[in-house]
Design a protein around this ligand. Sequence first.
Ligand SMILES: N[C@@H](CCC[C@H](N)C(=O)O)C(=O)O
Length: 283
Amino acid sequence: MNIPFTKMHGCGNDYIYINCFDHTIENPEDLSRTISNRHFGIGGDGIVLICHSDVADAKMRMFNIDGSEGKMCGNAIRCVAKYLYDHNIACKETLEIDTLSGVKIIKLHTENGKMLSATVDIGEPMLDPAIIPTLIEEQNALINFPFQVDDEIFAITTVSMGNPHCVLFCDDIDSINLQHIGPKFEHHPMFPESVNTEFIQIESRNCIRMRVWERGSGETLACGTGACAAVVAAVLNGHCDKDTDVIVKLLGGELIIRYTDESVLMTGPAVQVFEGEIQWNNK
Ligand SMILES: N[C@@H](CCC[C@H](N)C(=O)O)C(=O)O
């Protein structure tokens, strides 16, 4: 079968988006592994299926490069909102999109009938170690918690934004060998569902820099939920403040994150790169 797709990115975190309102993809895990390949496929950090929902304007399902399904994706949800708006599927300034971590509300920022950016209410961060989930036996939230990886001890802060995150503060994120250290966190036995790991350098109380190693996709240019987790962790560790916009500088662009008593709000761009069609045998 021929599958039409749209390539979009949020701060360089790029996915292949497929409109599944009228058809289903039988094996999305396999499709993601195949077409995300940057040499033998279309290339991307994974795929996102835009599906019908009985409770929201659409349902989003995202799959990492290795075929694993993510429960939430901050950069993809803005792109799904753009797709729905630009394709006249839900032409409203406020959209609701269902995800595996619940329905999220997205406020669109538009110009001349095109959506350029959006603010997403990602919801409340969850800090209970069992919810992350991690097998570390601790009742309390893991904030600046000593954690052994090989022979080294890292101070970690764990946050769930609907998907699992482990945040570390560093003096110089440019000097980190992410290809080496990233997989050690990703496959650490203490994270039974694996983990996304954010490396953060504090620039000021309202500006931080971040690199990320995503579970299932490796180093990406940006991670929306990771940026939210990073700001929550920065507040919990006394580096940033609640109810204040914090700029998160990522390799592929900037996100603005605000952690309030009720929620975490993320504002950032959504960009369409190209459209195309790929042949696929729906197995
Ligand atoms: N890039 C994403 C997160 C994608 C999912 C993640 N790798 C997971 O499996 O939890 C974002 O922008 O939030």
